[in-house]
Design a binder for this molecule. Sequence first.
Ligand code: SF4
Ligand code: SF4
Length: 115
Amino acid sequence: MKNLSKSELVAACGIYCGACHRYKKGSCPGCAENIKATWCKIRSCTKENGYHTCAECTEFSDVQACRKFNNIFAKIFALIFRSDRKASLSLISKIGVEAYALEMEEKKLPVLKRR
Ligand code: SF4
Ligand code: SF4
């Protein structure tokens, strides 16, 4: 498994893979290296557009309006885990990927929580 930098551990959808238990136990290589994740439209879309994350998207100013980003699985995931990927992406836009990765590493959180 390739060693990714903290910034590289920020997934296309804003999740910080470095704090994800699956990454930590070695069962997932992290979004950037997870070439098997062809099911994920967010990952393919950002790759096609040359973005690191949806925070760079020029098509949608509100990611929730994007059906690739805001699909049924995302809604269920957000509900169960009280996660807020949109808030994570907003924070990335505000402080940049590197500072975001450091903050999430410190908080030991893969994604910001809904308030
Ligand atoms: S949902 Fe998609 S973009 Fe987000 S971490 Fe998983 S593979 Fe990456
Ligand atoms: S918000 Fe939607 S269109 Fe924009 S980069 Fe993300 S998945 Fe692609």
